[in-house]
Design a protein around this ligand. Sequence first.
Ligand SMILES: [Zn+2]
Length: 74
Amino acid sequence: MYLNCSRCGLSLHTSRFVHIEPGYCPRCLARARVLQPLFRSPMTVRQLNANPNDQNISPRPGPDASALPDPDAA
Ligand SMILES: [Zn+2]
């Protein structure tokens, strides 16, 4: 299992942090003073980005205007 940073792509193996797991990316904190939360994944960011199936994100459809209540109906 890895702790990954989506901002800079840093991947840390969790076995390195048996007692303390960093909640934020140490690289982003050191370089950009940004508290970037890490996310757990069985793969590294590099491996995740290499998987084309994970890039298949469809855009959310916008709100349907016909679903809004019609003020003239009441
Ligand atoms: Zn980072």
